[in-house]
Design a protein around this ligand. Sequence first.
Ligand SMILES: *Cc1c(COP(=O)(O)O)cnc(C)c1O
Length: 424
Amino acid sequence: MCYTVERKCAEDFDRADELQKYRRQFYFPETNGKPYLYFCGNSLGLQPQKTEEYVQCEIKKWQQAAVEGHFTGERPWMDYHEFLTTNMANLVGGKPIEVVAMNSLTTNLHLLMVSFYRPTPQKNKILIEKSAFPSDRYAVESQIRFHGYDPKECLIEISPPQGEYEISDEAFAECIAREGKNIALILLGGVNYYTGQLFPMEKITKWGHEQNCVVGFDLAHAIGNIPLELHKWQVDFAVWCTYKYLNGGPGGVGGSFVHERYAEDSSLPRFCGWWGHEKSTRFAMPDNFEVMSGAEGWQLSNAPVLSMAALIPSLEIFAEVGMDKLRTKSLKLTSYFEFLLQEKLSNEVEVITPKDTNKRGAQLSLHLKKGGKEIHKALLENGVICDWREPNSIRVAPVPLYNNFLDVWLFVETLETLLKDKKA
Ligand SMILES: *Cc1c(COP(=O)(O)O)cnc(C)c1O
């Protein structure tokens, strides 16, 4: 790919971009009547213009049909979660029986650990990444304690070498080979939220299984960002949220994957609720719990329809575009971003996300040599939304669905100006 630092280069790329029209299907927040440059799709995805209509449709149905809405209309509430299954399964490379929309991410993580973290005195450890998202760490530590073990002994954290940010494939392989016999569960992010590193999920799953470890992934930053093949990779389970790259709206419904090999396994311990009960006899209100096949068997409650309605239009956009095209554009967009930073700001800005495009998604995490937090604040005041993560990272995610090359060019220009002003 041939990049130049001229604005014209960005404009030419945008003209040639076949996904350009999707940008117009989203609302951008505004400041003083002008849209912000929005780079926070890794934190809260933008609202598709169709979302309101889908949510309104259910609001209206509630007004006009009330309880009958469970059985009427285009999408009866009784089966509402099923309308999300196929599109979501395609995004993670799962079969429909392996995927369900339910609850929220951390809740799902707990529910699946109840089934898939089964420590014994010999094999009771959990492997996570050192800078795991705090909620994942809290969940994992509390599960360890719940089973009567001590996180100080049972939590293994794999970290990059001192002063570096990337965990190599060799380091994963070596750690799993060394500790595997004591590891009950490997639980990693698909893409690390802080550094933006994409972990080698297929290999980790293989190495973990060779040591009889269960392997699960938190796909909060991976779904809608990276093409995934969970079924093929033999991943045991995964969880995700839908308000980041999937644009499902604040606090939107989460999702779970459980590999098909567990679909009929009623011997797995689990926490149960009526929505995980066999659908055909659920409303006979039997005393005995009879689990549904597949991921749906982990459901507790009836579907949060309004939050699911907000997700459907975005899933439809993903289904129409496809992850392959999104990934192709994403690779180009993020590489262009990296190129501009390298050309114009290499003295002031360090990119801590891996350079190898196979080891990252859309996001680049930037460490500013000086004044990171101030610059982040100044960016916002100058019409740019990106996010700040303690201790030292500005995360910037050019999202291929609605960001374009000019956004990236303008971001780098704004950052350059702010850094110059600061020096002057
Ligand atoms: C965003 C994110 C979460 C958020 O969890 P919720 O239960 O949806 O609040 C958890 N883990 C990771 C890795 C995340 O990136």
